[in-house]
Write a new protein. Structure first.
Length: 175
């Protein structure tokens, strides 16, 4: 009878440890995914410029691998370095996506062309780092113990991993 009490006590202890370890794994993963979604939202919320293409002439030029003259003029008006006389390659990436050189991505959406800069590294990883720091204040509310640098390294790695994977998947869906 004494053995049954000890095994049930050990089972409940291992169950509590299991739940705590699950919190330590899923919470940073969720925060990492949240950081990726925030970064993606910030990137797509502000295209470099939006160009009106009601006649569909720009799409025809882009389909032929040429930069439309009025698009080149819009780049010039916004002081964005793009010269139509230079030999830029225009690659069609899908039904409504084009890549100009290595610098700009154009996506057609309902008679408008959204021009995005190529996704180069900016300060997006800072958002992931910020959400790692926010977790320091979240874990006490979840009644979860974080003990030492080993736990923080694990939390940082899982958060950064979740950020990288979610941000990359969302960008690949857009482009």
């Amino acid at each position: 009878m004494d053995k049954n009490k000890n095994t049930s006590k050990n089972n409940s202890k291992s169950r509590e440890e299991y739940i705590e370890d699950l919190k330590k794994t899923l919470t940073p993963l969720i925060f990492g995914i949240l950081a990726g979604v925030i970064c993606f939202s910030l990137y797509t919320a502000s295209p470099l410029m939006v160009v009106d293409d009601t006649g569909g002439t720009m799409v025809a030029y882009l389909d032929k691998g040429l930069i439309p003259p009025n698009l080149s003029a819009q780049f010039k008006d916004k002081d964005i370095p793009l010269n139509a006389n230079q030999n830029f390659t225009v690659l069609k990436q899908g039904a409504d996506k084009w890549l100009i050189g290595n610098g700009y991505i154009i996506k057609s959406e309902s008679a408008k062309l959204n021009v995005y800069p190529s996704p180069v590294s900016e300060n997006w990883f800072l958002i992931a780092l910020l959400l790692i720091l926010v977790q320091k204040f979240v874990y006490p509310y979840m009644h979860t113990r974080i003990e030492g640098a080993k736990d923080w390294l694990y939390i940082g790695f899982i958060s950064a991993f979740g950020w990288f994977i979610s941000f990359t998947l969302l960008l690949s869906a857009l482009f």
